[in-house]
Design a protein around this ligand. Structure first.
Ligand code: NDP
Ligand code: OXD
Length: 308
């Protein structure tokens, strides 16, 4: 019977019922523990809050299973030689699609002007149709692709950008440095859904923030480090960027004195764009353990060299 160490004690309350149920439903008889002799552990369930940082003694561990999609806080851990799997979960994707579509529609339809209209102005500013609104999604992975497809289904003129070339119906797909410049040029909404790696840091900077249409909106549910904070503030102050809705930050919780809290054209959401929900995440973990125990390849493996 495999031994599974749940190494994220702060999350145990959320998972204490969901995990045994999911393991049972997957047909996996396992010993699920909160503490164990490292040499006896077959699988580790991990979150960035986990106190466990030295994986050296976990000599028989077949996989470390992250409850988070983004793995930048573990992928560079030199003691981690075991396989690392990240979270890819339909509920997480669904949540991200809702956040991205919701915040895109807010700006597309100009909702703010009607929600806050103390002078009761009758101003008929009719928005263009979605098909006339170019939206660029940086990152065409599990989350970016689903968001791009949902926006395209609403008729937005969607461009997606990724590291390797892609083809997705209804989406103009670009890649590479030249592709980034093309993808950003003239965009009216830019969504950043890249992982944080050495290559993606400051993807939006003074140079690239100058490319979208004047007054464009930036939505960042990816990671704070994808954007150069000072360049974003300068672009907002200059009117080049009209609004930024930010869910993730270099430091979280966002410190109370951070200028993002106080800027009139920044909306802060507190890293809630897509939550990992225990019920569905437990099923993903249980299914991966079932596969591994049956000798099938693990799903959602992180490529350590790539960093995501
Ligand atoms: P994936 O790994 O599935 O996709 C990543 C995408 O980014 C891929 O299309 C990849 O390209 C592209 N990419 C990576 N590096 C580069 C690069 N150097 N240049 C161009 N494109 C690049 O990740 P997910 O879609 O599952 O998640 C994306 C991120 O979303 C996570 O890493 C995490 O940071 C964030 N996240 C935020 C949440 C929130 O609540 N705010 C919740 C969950 C995740 P290619 O396809 O060619 O490999
Ligand atoms: C994640 C996140 O990476 O919540 O899962 O940001």
């Amino acid at each position: 019977m495999p031994k599974i160490l749940f190494a994220a004690p702060a999350l145990w309350e959320e998972y204490r019922e969901a995990l045994p149920l999911a393991l049972d439903q997957a047909g996996v008889a396992a010993d699920l523990v909160l503490e164990a002799d490292p040499a006896s552990v077959d699988y580790i369930i991990y979150a960035p809050s986990a106190p466990l940082q030295d994986f050296t003694p976990y000599t028989r561990t077949k996989a470390v299973l992250s409850l988070w999609a983004g793995v930048e806080r573990i992928v560079g851990n030199a003691t981690l030689t075991q396989a690392l799997c990240r979270m890819v979960d339909p509920s997480l994707t669904e949540g991200m699609v809702e956040w991205v579509v919701g915040h895109t529609l807010r700006h597309h339809l100009g909702m703010d002007a009607h929600i806050v209209n103390p002078a009761h102005r009758w101003e008929q500013n009719v928005p263009p149709l979605a098909r006339e609104r170019p939206v660029t999604v940086l990152g065409l992975g599990e989350l970016g692709r689903a968001c791009a497809q949902a926006l395209a289904a609403l008729n937005f003129a969607v461009t997606g950008w990724s590291r390797t070339p892609k083809t997705h119906a209804g989406i103009r797909c670009l890649s590479g440095r030249e592709g980034l410049l093309q993808a950003l040029t003239g965009a009216q909404v830019v969504v950043t859904l890249l992982p944080r790696t050495a290559e993606t840091e400051n993807t939006l900077n003074a140079e690239t923030l100058a490319l979208p249409a004047r007054g464009a909106v930036v939505l960042n549910p990816g990671r704070g480090a994808l954007i150069d904070d000072a360049a974003l503030l300068a672009a907002l102050d200059a009117g080049q960027i009209g609004h930024a809705t930010l869910d993730v930050f270099r430091v979280e919780p966002l410190p109370p004195d951070h200028p993002f809290w106080h800027h009139p054209r920044i909306t802060v959401t507190p890293h809630i764009a897509a939550d990992t929900r225990a019920g569905s995440a437990a099923r993903v973990i249980a299914d991966n353990i079932r596969r591994s125990e049956a000798g099938a390849p693990l799903l959602h493996l992180v490529d350590r060299a790539r960093g995501y």
